[in-house]
Design a protein around this ligand. Structure first.
Ligand code: CU
Length: 191
């Protein structure tokens, strides 16, 4: 008798879980080809950088939210003048439509902090270290951003823009780092 009751209870629980899952799939994006992926928020995103302000600078940046906190950022940029240093930030608006990328707005700064270097106590969530081009004009680097997420929330990078600047960020000048014009821009989308 106990066995039968147990079996019935488990059956009801299974039905309840199945019901929740169906509801979850129905209310999420249909872009996922696998039903299981849609049950958790995306933890990966990417931006394709396009040339701006008449340059040939392009590239790709990927974002992978880490289980222990922070987001792993992998950067590959091409078409920089060899040996040069360039300010590099996440900007608040996911709009790279302007020829000078000014449409991307200011630095992504959800906490209202002063601009600074990523390792300083005060910095914008979107502040990243300068990119340094090698002798071929390429910059490849990877690092952890401590204050952003990929999953939805006030600090999510999805729907923002990655911007490469013409000059080096001095990590001091407010609120821009005095890094000059914008030479590449890409909108960050979940992937
Ligand atoms: Cu910037």
């Amino acid at each position: 008798m106990k066995r039968v009751l147990f079996g019935l209870t488990m059956g009801a629980a299974a039905l309840a879980v199945a019901g929740c899952s169906s509801w979850g799939w129905g209310s999420s994006s249909s872009s996922s080809s696998s039903g299981t992926a849609a049950t958790s928020a995306s933890t990966k995103a990417a931006a394709a950088l396009s040339p701006k302000s008449g340059t040939n600078t392009a590239g790709r940046v990927t974002f992978d939210q880490q289980a222990g906190g922070g987001v792993m950022v992998v950067v590959s940029v091409t078409g920089l003048p060899p040996g040069t240093t360039h300010g590099f930030h996440i900007h608040e608006k996911g709009d790279c439509s302007a020829p000078d990328a000014m449409s991307a707005g200011g630095h992504f700064n959800p906490a209202g902090k002063p601009h600074g270097q990523m390792t300083m106590p005060d910095h914008h969530a979107g502040d990243m270290n300068n990119l340094v081009a090698d002798s071929s004009g390429n910059a490849r680097v990877q690092f952890i951003m401590p204050d952003v997420t990929v999953a939805p929330g006030p600090n999510s990078v999805v729907g923002r823009a990655v911007v490469v600047h013409k000059d080096a960020d001095d990590y001091r000048t407010q609120p821009t780092g005095n890094s000059g014009g914008r030479i590449a821009c890409g909108v960050i989308a979940a992937s």
